[in-house]
Structure formats: structure tokens, C-alpha cells
Ligand binder design. Sequence first.
Ligand code: NAG
Ligand code: NAG
Ligand code: NAG
Ligand code: NAG
Length: 426
Amino acid sequence: MLLRKAYFALLSFSLCILMHLTASEHCSKLENASTVLQTNRAQFLSIADGAEKFGLELFTEISSLAGDNDFVFSPFSVWALLLLLVEAASQNTLHELNTALHLNVEPKVLRQAFNVVQQFLLRKTPTIQVESLQAMYYDTYEKVTDDYKATLTTCYNARVQNLNFSDTQTSLNFINNAINTETKGLIKDAFDEYVVEGTKLLLTSTLYFKGQWQSPFNKSETRTETFYDMNGKPVGEVEMMFQMTPFNYTRMVELQAHVLELPYGNENRLCMLAILPNKGISVNQVVHNLQKIGVRPIFNKLEEDDLAFGEQEVEVYLPRFETTVTLPLRGSLEKLGIKSIFNPKTVDLDALANSLYVKDVMQSTKIIVNEEGTEAAAVTAAILANKISPPKFYFNRPFLYLIAEKGSNMLLFAGQISSPTLPQKN
Ligand SMILES: *[C@@H]1O[C@H](CO)[C@@H](O)[C@H](O)[C@H]1NC(C)=O
Ligand SMILES: *[C@@H]1O[C@H](CO)[C@@H](O)[C@H](O)[C@H]1NC(C)=O
Ligand SMILES: *[C@@H]1O[C@H](CO)[C@@H](O)[C@H](O)[C@H]1NC(C)=O
Ligand SMILES: *[C@@H]1O[C@H](CO)[C@@H](O)[C@H](O)[C@H]1NC(C)=O
């Protein structure tokens, strides 16, 4: 039951990860997941619950910003990244993170929980692959505490790498190559120079998922068909896949939607829940409902209906799709109460370095759904800069200038430079 519960919470992260476990004085020796779960059951449940709640709250925020645009994001990747900041935070900064993540445990328990979660999620079988990696890239000239480095490497199995950020192109290539490798080529150029400019430290959390449908769609059944908006107005054409198979499905009144469970692989652990709003109900409304009820009642209902009616053949028409997005998450996280990490005046990440604050948190995600299954990857990054990072004025493109007298506001000269010529040498 407990495993089941942890599994529910994990599913709500949408997808998932990989890591080997190490022990050190920072983390108590890691036991296997079922042993740890037995001893710390209640606390793990509360962490998993919190992660699920946080994920659904963020889903609601992002969904209401997205309007009619497709998007995809990885709640798990954001959660894993924020745990790295929890490890760095104290005072009000920590309080805000704990509140938003619904966390109320000792660091030791959190680290154990993270490892247990990973033991559940990370896998590599012929039909399912889940990998995740956390990393910290910091500037050679930045003082990061040894304690924090040790916590990341030993308790989160994170890569800790120092780079010369003044050499922007080389650091950028290094980081982008690492993310490209970790996401198996799905996310090629995660960051541009703008991100590295003025950055002193980057925390990243990548997630890669590849799953074959337990029951694949037959390519020869795929047809071009019309896709409609919620009012029945045609909005375009899609490649509609089809199969008729016994799947679990249910109608959820509280959700105002129908739910179909499409399993991956053969273990009955990972699945896609495809949720179709009732006629006239918007996807946004359903996301709100989902936030209220959580994921567990859906699995319970699917199981109940399965027991009551048995698996029945279902005709499934699902479009092939592919979504690639980069989401700035700062605004959404602030809405969830995580504010002070973004403010140089109030931030407290002293356990990491006392000179840094978080400039932004962003996530790039890509998902591909086709007849064979699903491949998806995400990278979430926290971009940390110096609190007193001097702004850079680089006048290497057209600019204006005024020469003025401050007491009288007299403009003595006003000019523009757009095609400067070298001064004549005498
Ligand atoms: C974990 O511990 C349980 C019970 O203590 C045991 O049955 C199981 O084989 C262990 N699993 C691994 C992977 O060591
Ligand atoms: C870092 O890169 C800058 C710019 O390329 C270079 O001037 C500086 O010497 C480098 N520092 C180190 C420690 O390598
Ligand atoms: C796919 O559908 C075609 C046409 O209905 C059929 O001939 C073929 O055997 C099917 N392939 C599989 C793998 O089921
Ligand atoms: C339906 O759900 C039950 C309970 O979780 C599970 O044992 C069964 O494998 C599921 N069936 C399918 C076709 O996914």
C-alpha cells in the first residue's frame, strides 16, 4: 500500500529519473527502499504528498498562463531542483521553500526520501528507461562552501563542476553538451549566452523518459483527421492513431472528465493518464479540479472500475504529437510563495554561498508521442548571479547620448552613434 502510494505521487510528477547511491557522513548509509520506507513511513508519505500537491499547483499556474497554447513541463524536475535549493537555504528563504513544497522534515529524512524516490523511478529495461541527473556548475572565482558541494555529490549524486564563466562560449558548450547527453539528444541547446552572462552558478536537474506502450498503436491504422477546439470549431489536422484494446478507463465526476490509462512497458508502474474533459469543459477547468482532488483518487477509481467491470475493449483515437517548450518559472514560483530567493536583499542561501541569489528558474522540455510510445526530456535550471553583480553596458550597437547640465536640465548636446568611424590618427 505504501509503495503504491509513493508510486501515485511519483506519477503525478508526470515522468521521471537515474542514479547510483553512495553513502557518506553527510547521508546516513542508504538502505534499500522498502527497509527505509518501513522505518520512516509517515514522513515519506508526507514528502510524497507535498511533492504531488506542489506539482499540481504549479500545473494550475502554468496552465492558466498557457491559455490555448500547448505546453508540457516536468513537475519532478522542478521539485528535484528545488530540493537542491532547500539544502542551501535558511531563515525565511527556507521557510518559503518548505511551505511551497509542503515539506516539514529534517534534511536527513529529505535526502533519504529523495533516494527512495529515485529507487522507484529510475530504471532501464528494454521497454522503459527513466534517468535523472542533478548538477551544479559554478564559476572558478565563486566561493561555494565545501559542505554544500559534499551534500550534493554524496546525498544527491550530483555532478559538481567548476567552469570559467568569463570564458562564456566554452562554459556554455560544456553545459549544453552535458544536458544534450543526459537528455539523449532531445534538448540540444538548452541555454544561450544570455543565460550565462553574469551568471556565477547554475543548478540543473535533468530528466529523461522513454517508454514503449504496453500495447502499441498500429501505424497502418493512423489517419489524417481534423482536430477541434472545445467549442467544436476545427483548428487543424492531426495524424490520428487508433487501436481497440482492453484498457482501464473511468469517468470522474469531480474532474469533469474521462480518464484513460495507457500503460508503458510490462511492469504496470508507469502509464500515461489521458484526460478528456467533458463536452463544454475547458482543459484549464479540469486542471483546477485535478489540483483539488489529486492523482490518487483517479487511480483508485480506475482500479475500482477495473474490479467492478473488468477490462473492456476501448476504441482509442489519440493524435501523434510533439511539444517543445521553454518555460520561465520565476513568476509561477513567486505565485506559489517562493519569493525571497529571487530578491538579492532578502535571499538566504548562505549554506551554498553568501554572495548569490537566484536570477531565474527555467525549464526546457520536449515530448514526442507516437505509435511506439513516448520519449520526453526536461531540464530545469536555477540561474544564480552575484547579489552585487555589476550591470554591464556594452555600447557595441547603435546608441544615443545627451550632454546635459543637471541644475538647469539644459541639453548641451544630443547625438546618436550608429556607424562610428575610427578617429583619424594624427
Ligand atoms: C530490501 O529489503 C527487503 C526486506 O528487508 C528484502 O526483501 C529485499 O530483497 C531487499 N531488496 C534489495 C534490492 O536489496
Ligand atoms: C578565464 O577566462 C578568461 C577569458 O577567456 C581568461 O582571461 C582567464 O585567464 C581565465 N581564467 C582562468 C583561471 O583560467
Ligand atoms: C496492422 O494493421 C494491418 C491492417 O489492418 C494488419 O494487416 C497488420 O497485421 C497489423 N499489424 C499488427 C502488428 O497488428
Ligand atoms: C488496470 O488496473 C489494474 C489495477 O491497477 C491493473 O492491475 C491492470 O493491469 C490494469 N489494466 C490495464 C490494461 O492497464
